[in-house]
Design a binder for this molecule. Structure first.
Ligand code: F6P
Length: 490
């Protein structure tokens, strides 16, 4: 299982009476407990030394000061400025753009687009996962609008998305940084057709574009007054804080959106100013590196013990794997390891599906539990108590294991988990939680010397699909792919 032998977690607890207090932290209203991981003073010291060697402090300053932290594209990463934590110039630009966004939200709420009952948010990857997570997490009992998210190019996804929407009263919000993405442009055309087939007078007047390329949106027929711009420095998977958050603001209200920004800004301050020994995103990155590099863990799993956070694993998959799933450093030198595969689900469902392998399988998977002390459902509070209790029981079981004379009934234990406990799930807490994951991803990238802000890995497949769609390049295709196309009759 493990590449090298590791000490048992119970031994670490026995040997270090202050282990829990040293490895648990309260930041931005969130409790982080790393004590059930194998982090010890040695790993932490080595991590801090490595961060110094890799220039962590200056890389972090560059992130917050608008330095070029995305060298392959020659850009800063300005998502922190969207929540007021970047350089003064970047923050000013973001705030000016936010005023326009606010004015548009006010106008929509005041009826400038007529009576609106639904929103169809079209986008893919970073242009949809953040808003979908936020609206799903915070909007269950709050949004008066029927908000649907559409990303896949599959027409069946379109049919599903519009099934409960009324074209006469639906607003189309199209989020695309480039405004060229095949899926999003195809779905935009389909939405326009859907509106006009339903007899909507001015379908274009119902479309709002959120983009870094306003000229491309204008070319697609979106009027300037309905285009909200965000900066090139805002990466897709970091974009929910920008104009891409329009759907969040419409669905949950402006105040809830601002609360998210404030929560994220609080986590920014922690990440920027806390010492390495108590810097939660950095400590999480030390653990990530330890399990990948020292224990050969190729995956990490996250289980949200709260239905409201059921989209969190999907959101994190893009954030972590698109940011850090790379094999070369910023200088083009090979790295031995980068991001593990991020996967997960919700508890308690996952206990009855994948936890068997986590407890008794031959691969070591560091697990993360995310739970919320206060529930927000209409059922007997006992249900929420049972939910939390299950999350905590799983962490204890993974760590302790159980011996038995019967090998089938033996649980090896010593399996690590991190617990993240929110007091309540509101905009502030969700903002802080997402910012924690962003900074953990950044910290991992710095420790590895890679650029987390580009994503060239997704280009090749797009390029080949484009060539095939243009009837170009079929001749150079391999025999297997040609045969698949023949079989499918395309
Ligand atoms: O999958 C590649 C990618 O470029 C993501 O990084 C991005 O979030 C998504 O596609 C959507 O791109 P856009 O916002 O330009 O439509």
């Amino acid at each position: 299982m493990a590449e090298t032998t590791i000490r048992r977690l119970e031994t670490l607890f026995n040997d270090e009476p202050d282990r829990l207090s040293r490895l648990s932290f309260d930041v931005a209203g969130i409790y982080f407990d790393f004590s059930k991981t194998h982090l010890d003073s040695n790993i932490l010291t080595l991590g801090v030394r490595r961060s110094e060697k890799m220039g962590f402090a200056s890389a972090r300053e560059a992130l917050f000061n608008g330095g070029v932290v995305n060298p392959s594209e020659g850009r800063p990463a300005t998502h922190v400025a969207e929540r007021g934590s970047g350089s003064p110039e970047d923050v000013d630009v973001a705030q000016a753009r936010r005023l326009r966004m606010r004015a548009l939200v006010d106008a929509i709420e005041a009826g400038a687009f007529g009576d609106i009952t639904g929103i169809l948010h079209i986008g893919i990857g970073g242009s949809v996962l953040g808003p979908a997570l936020a609206v799903d997490a915070l909007g269950r009992r709050r949004s008066g609008l029927n908000v649907r998210f559409l990303s896949n190019i599959d027409g069946a996804a379109f049919d599903d998305a519009v099934r409960t929407l009324d074209p006469a009263t639906t607003l189309i919000v199209v989020a695309s940084k480039t405004f060229t993405t095949l899926e999003t442009m195809t779905n935009l055309d389909a939405a326009r057709a859907w509106l006009s087939d339903a007899g909507v007078d001015d379908p274009d007047g119902r479309i709002i574009a959120l983009t870094a390329k306003p000229e491309a949106a204008a070319e697609r027929g979106v009027d300037d007054t309905r285009i909200l711009v965000f900066g090139e420095g805002v990466g897709g998977r970091y974009s929910l804080w920008s104009a891409v958050g329009l759907t969040i603001a419409l669905a949950l209200g402006w105040d809830a959106f601002e609360e998210m920004l404030e929560g994220a800004a609080e986590m920014d301050r922690h990440f920027r100013f806390a010492d390495p020994a108590s810097n939660v995103p950095l400590i999480a990155a030390f653990a990530d590196r330890f399990y990948v590099e020292e224990q050969g863990c190729q995956t990490r799993a996250l289980f949200a013990y709260d239905e409201r956070l059921r989209l969190l694993p999907f959101y994190l998959q893009q954030l972590e794997m698109e940011s850090n799933g790379k094999s070369v450093t910023v200088n083009g030198d090979p790295v031995e390891s980068t991001a593990p595969v991020t996967w997960g689900g919700t508890g308690t469902d996952a206990q009855h599906a994948v936890f068997q392998l986590l407890h008794q399988g031959t691969v070591l998977v560091p697990v993360e539990f995310v739970a919320v002390t206060e529930g927000d459902d209409a059922q007997d509070p006992e249900q929420h108590r049972l939910l939390l209790l299950n999350a905590f029981a799983q962490g204890a079981a993974l760590m302790e294991g159980r011996t038995s004379d019967d090998p089938q009934r033996t649980y090896p234990g010593n399996r690590p988990s991190t617990s993240i406990l929110l007091s309540v799930l509101d905009g502030r807490a969700l903002g802080a939680l997402i910012a924690f994951y962003e900074h953990r991803t950044f910290a991992n990238a710095v420790l590895l010397g890679i650029n987390p802000f580009d994503q060239f890995g997704v280009e090749l497949g797009k390029d080949i699909a484009r060539k095939l769609a243009d009837d170009d390049g079929e001749a150079t295709l391999d025999a297997s792919t040609r045969a698949l196309m023949e079989r499918a009759g395309i």
